[in-house]
Design a protein around this ligand. Structure first.
Ligand code: ZN
Length: 248
């Protein structure tokens, strides 16, 4: 096992090589690996780290999920509570903390959207998604939700919202207009197609991000991803609105 520091290296596919051998093992004093000592194998106190570093992966989006999964199962096995039943209290706690971070990291990184959102957050981006809680609250209390319409969607959203208003008003009066319902259903279908297409577009941005050679290229990929995620998020909420009106 290589214990040499390898700053900025692309040891992307190897999960065994520790990303940061920063401190000494609490038990034997050897330079330790990330989660376990490379010499005595003892579990180490969790170090503050991000999910990519936890798996010793570079901050790249097009990651090999098979490698991620292998790393997950490997670490799960090594952190299994049964192995620590007779260990000291500290080791038991550390293994549990490591386990819980392992699960969070795995859940986040294996999901393509969550992975992207997480990376953007690491990059200091505040996503519209993070105001979701506020949106939910506004919905629940019948208040106004303040979601900014992404520029690329303005026109069709405007039209659709008018039609939804009309249908709501009709339903209140106990009427409905089959042509209007059909038209709204057609637009909903288009939105769903767009929603899927945005995901494909997002995946293309991953490559742009992963291969970016300088700050300018990274910034461009980052902005594109933010825009795509915001649009996707907006469409999801809109489709939910449409369903609500159609089903009520
Ligand atoms: Zn050790």
């Amino acid at each position: 096992m290589c214990l040499m520091a390898h700053p900025e290296s692309n040891s992307s596919s190897s999960l065994i090589v520790p990303g940061e051998a920063t401190s000494a093992c609490w038990s034997c004093g050897t330079m330790r690996a990330a989660h376990f000592c490379s010499a005595c194998g003892k579990v180490q106190p969790p170090a503050p780290t991000d999910y990519f570093a936890f798996f010793d992966l570079p901050r790249k989006l097009d990651l090999d999920t098979a490698v991620l999964e292998r790393g997950f199962y490997d670490l799960s096995r090594k952190l299994h509570p049964d192995l620590y039943a007779r260990a000291g209290k500290r080791e038991q706690e550390w293994s549990m903390e490591q386990s819980s971070m392992l699960n969070d990291a795995y859940r986040t990184l294996k999901d393509p959207i969550r992975r992207t959102q997480y990376l953007l957050r690491l990059e200091g981006v505040e996503l519209e998604e993070q105001s979701m809680a506020a949106t939910e609250k506004a919905r629940a209390t019948g208040g106004l939700k303040k979601q900014v319409v992404p520029p690329g969607l303005l026109e069709e959203v405007f039209e659709l919202n008018l039609q939804l208003e009309e249908l709501r008003a009709q339903k209140k009066l106990g009427e409905d207009d089959p042509a209007l319902i059909e038209e709204i259903g057609r637009q909903k279908l288009e939105l769903e197609e767009k929603y899927d297409a945005l995901f494909d577009e997002l995946k293309r941005c991953w490559s742009a991000w992963d291969q970016a050679m300088d700050e300018a290229a990274r910034g461009k990929a980052r902005d594109q991803m933010v825009d795509l995620l915001n649009r996707r998020n907006y469409i999801r909420n809109l489709v939910r609105d449409v369903n609500e009106v159609l089903e009520n």
